[in-house]
Design a binder for this molecule. Structure first.
Ligand code: GTP
Length: 373
């Protein structure tokens, strides 16, 4: 089917919220913003740019803090034909999920509705359909909605027959969600919404603005069934990579390394070295310049660029940050998070769900689940 934007729209803009602190992804997020986490070796933000460009969005306004802006600029991501602008939260005053939208008011302007999306979701949304639902109703905001098995961790929505939101309940108690339709973190807003958001102070779109719009019958929902993944927690981040690997495996040639065994699906970036008798996969992504020495076993894991893993080490179900060095005969067990530039000495065994902050060193076996900072 072919969809086009309502004829009223000439130049579509999207505000991407990417200035949060990603506390649930700590300590991995201490040294990189969530929106730059690689999904199968490509930063999430680049996936988002591609999806927006595919939907004929022309301009992106990144609503971030100064540090996130610095990290994003350093990455020099391909712009996919988009014009990229920034709005920065004031120092020491994160503006939440609505404040940054108000902060973008001048750049967005008041001419036509615009898209807002969270910078931590990987999704295929037909923004044209979402947009048209918006302009064909008297909505001030239209939320993209998707179905999930456990809705209680999200904003749950109950709709009227005409797609108007009847109830919007942010994170209802377990078992009390009226539906399994949730806020997917992508919206179309009319410029009138700027009048609802206070200037220069923190404000939450989910807790303050959407409930207000629901009361005024001006909030609508648009349900979609395509891919939607939130990378907010380590297990969700691993799962997102897994699902994308499954999708990509359909069209990819099997990669081989002499003397090593590869179990698809895996993704391998440029300049990766894999030693003899090493087993890679299934569900492994290896970033640029990764070195796996001899007889390494690695399964269900994400390895960021410039990591080295020594002879006879086993990594299963873990995330290994950029530049980390894992010694020989090391065990990195399920749920472990090894942050950027960490060093794990030879013969260390790391218990499940162990996490370590950037640039730390571990020289002894860890048997208790904890975080070392
Ligand atoms: P947690 O601390 O783990 O909950 O993560 P988060 O706050 O970074 O993300 P959350 O899912 O709560 O927020 C949804 C989106 O809004 C994410 O893409 C965040 O980066 C973004 N966001 C959250 N708070 C702020 C903020 O204060 N300012 C800006 N500019 N963006 C924000």
């Amino acid at each position: 089917m072919f969809y086009c934007y309502s004829s009223k729209v000439t130049y579509l803009k999207a505000v991407i919220l990417a200035g949060g602190f990603a506390t649930r992804l700590r300590p991995l997020s201490c040294s990189r913003p969530k929106t730059l986490f690689p999904i199968v070796n490509k930063p999430l933000l680049q996936w988002i740019f591609e999806e927006l460009a595919n939907n004929d969005v022309k301009e992106v306004i990144l609503a971030v803090n100064a540090l996130t802006q610095f990290h994003i600029k350093q990455q020099k991501l391909p712009k996919c034909g988009l014009k990229i602008k920034y709005v920065i939260d004031p120092p020491k005053m994160p503006l939440g999920t609505a404040g940054p939208i108000k902060n973008a008011e001048k750049l967005v302007g008041h001419d036509e509705p615009f898209i807002v999306l969270n910078g931590d979701i990987l999704t295929i949304i037909n923004y044209k359909q979402l947009f048209n639902t918006h302009v064909n109703t008297d909505a001030l905001a239209t939320i993209a909605l998707c179905k999930v098995d456990n809705p209680c961790r999200y904003g749950v929505v109950e709709l009227e027959k005409d797609k108007r939101v009847k109830r919007f309940i942010e994170k209802p108690p377990e078992g009390q969600a009226p539906t399994n339709l949730i806020n997917a973190g992508a919206y179309v807003l009319s410029p009138k919404v700027f009048d609802y958001i206070p200037k220069g102070k923190p404000c939450s779109i989910e807790r303050e603005i959407f409930p207000l719009l629901t009361k005024e019958h001006k909030l609508f929902g648009h349900t979609f069934n395509d891919l939607w993944m939130d990378i907010g927690k380590p297990e969700e981040y691993l799962l997102t990579n897994k699902i994308i690997l499954d999708g990509l495996a359909l069209n990819k040639k099997i990669k081989t390394f002499k003397g090593a065994k590869v179990e698809m699906p895996i993704a391998i970036d440029k300049h990766v070295t894999v030693g003899k008798k090493t087993i890679v996969g299934p569900y492994v992504t290896l970033g640029r310049n990764v070195v796996l020495r001899d007889n390494v076993q690695i399964y269900n894991s994400i390895v960021f660029p410039d990591v080295e893993i020594g002879d006879n080490s086993i990594v299963n179900g873990a995330i290994i940050g950029e530049g980390a060095i894992i010694g020989k005969n090391v065990r990195v067990n399920n749920g472990c998070i090894i942050s950027d530039q960490v060093k794990i000495r030879d013969n260390v065994n790391l218990t499940e769900d162990f996490a370590i902050c950037p640039a730390k060193e571990v020289s002894e076996t860890i048997l208790k689940r904890n975080i070392i900072c």
